[in-house]
Design a protein around this ligand. Structure first.
Ligand code: FAD
Length: 415
């Protein structure tokens, strides 16, 4: 194959997918820039924690050898506990089913801020660059930014999340983002001492407690309370004294799919009261995290979930493409969106490497797009049914987060 002149790749969005692509291109010596709309690395919270499963070996293989060990992003550090994700029937705190990290089936729950810093190793992110327009001319692509500047390259990758400006360029006025009809409230709090031990004994990393609506009572709805440790809190001796926790309560609610959902207008007080009311079918062991949360700990406005299904007609096999949430955002109930964004990045880095070695551009960009969409659309469809299904199978889904679930007896924790 004749070698193409090394392409320059413009990556729009410095989130999980965009930065992973950047690292994979850095390893292949392919020129790229990452443009991020945030004004600086810490201009907003990166969220709490994210579970990475079934992708860790590939992550190590695709990323450059000079990266610090990925274990440094582990949200449990400095606690020496394996990642553990548990699902409960909300009325049965005694039955623990889920997954625990083992050498054969590794799970890494990453603190999101640390993960972004890790993925940004040796990548000079261009902050304050919000893409607002794209033009394609003579085999080159120019991205215009809100600050009036522009950049030109050979490829543009929309890794700019669920409200992607690059997707809007590809779809024009036909954007098909869909609101997921589930009402959510989220709370944050720091717990310490015995409460931290109690929470860790329920699950080291995160747990979901489900209360399915009784089939004979149409006034009731499915409820799921998800609780996670963002990171332990240490005292001046470096000893773990507590933890930053977060929780999300999800309730099936068709009214959310309106232009102005009620949760967007609710006060912190109202969201907390609603959460306490919705958590009532759950055992006290699960409800207490909600009861302990102060009104100031409620996130406003709360999350609105979206999903989208694209087809190969939406993304020409050319110089502008998408990855991650920009192409296939979905609700978080199967914990797949981030893992799939990583897989997209590996596949796109492979396609761009082949093109830089002289491979046919249309062939490799079409192959990437088709694989990425097939995987993404399947996950979006599976996730659509996941909330109701998880609630109705309560604590016993046979597979969760990539691995078969098992019963994991409760163990005593000493801090
Ligand atoms: C509550 C919750 C829990 C989740 N838990 C998990 C989990 O456990 N496991 C899992 O695999 N997935 C999980 N996900 C999904 C996961 O967070 C996403 O799928 C993942 O972040 C997608 O990565 P991305 O890089 O495509 O997009 P993002 O992470 O959204 O990054 C997009 C980046 O683009 C930037 N940007 C946006 N617009 C522009 C623009 N116009 N110009 C320049 N930059 C722009 C944004 O600021 C952002 O930095 C969860 C999601 C939620 C909401």
């Amino acid at each position: 194959m004749a070698s193409n002149p090394s392409p320059h790749v413009l990556i729009i969005g410095g989130g999980i997918g965009g930065l992973t692509l950047g690292q994979a291109l850095r390893k292949q010596d392919i020129s790229f820039e990452v443009f991020e709309r945030d004004t600086e690395a810490n201009s907003r919270s990166q969220g709490w924690a994210i579970l990475l499963h079934t992708v860790l070996a590939q992550l190590k293989a695709f990323l450059p050898e000079d990266m610090p060990p990925i274990e440094t992003v582990n949200h449990l550090l400095p606690l020496d506990l394996p990642a553990q994700i548990i699902m409960y029937d909300g009325a049965r705190p005694d039955v623990r089913v889920g997954s625990e990290s083992t050498p054969e089936q590794p799970l890494l729950r990453a603190n999101r801020g640390r993960l972004r810093d890790w993925l940004a190793t040796s990548i000079p992110i261009r902050f304050g660059k919000q893409a607002v327009g794209i033009e394609e001319n003579d085999g080159r692509v120019t991205v215009r930014f809100k600050d009036g500047t522009s950049s030109t390259g050979d490829f543009v990758v929309g890794a700019d999340g669920k409200h992607s400006s690059v997707r809007k360029h590809l779809l024009g006025h036909r954007d098909r983002l869909r609101v997921v009809p589930i009402a959510i409230a989220a709370g944050e709090l720091t717990v310490s001492g015995d409460e931290m031990i109690r929470q860790l004994e329920i699950a080291h990393s995160s747990y979901a407690a489900m209360a399915p609506a009784p089939p004979d009572d149409p006034s009731q709805v499915d409820v799921m309370l998800f609780t996670g440790l963002a990171q332990p809190v240490t005292n001046s001796d470096g000893k773990v004294a507590g933890g930053d926790y977060y929780w999300l309560i999800s309730v099936a609610d068709e009214s959310i799919a309106t232009e102005r959902p009620w949760t967007a207008a609710a006060t912190q007080e109202e969201l907390l009261n609603w959460s306490k009311e919705m958590a009532k079918p759950l055992s006290e062991e699960f409800r207490r995290i909600v009861d302990l949360t102060p009104a100031e700990g409620m996130r406003v406005p709360p999350l609105i979930l979206h999903d989208i299904e694209l087809s190969s007609q939406d993304i020409p096999a050319g110089r502008v493409t998408l990855l991650g949430d920009a192409a296939h955002c979905m609700a978080p109930y199967l914990g797949e969106g981030g893992v799939i964004a990583l897989r997209d990045s590996f596949d796109l880095a492979h396609a761009l490497t082949k093109i830089s070695e002289g491979g046919d551009m249309k062939h490799y960009m079409a192959a990437y797009r088709d694989t990425m969409l097939e995987r993404g659309v399947a996950a979006v469809r599976k996730t659509r049914n996941a909330f109701g299904k998880l609630c109705s199978t309560a604590c016993a889904p046979p597979v969760a987060f990539g691995y078969p679930t098992v019963e994991l007896p409760k163990k005593k924790i000493v801090l």
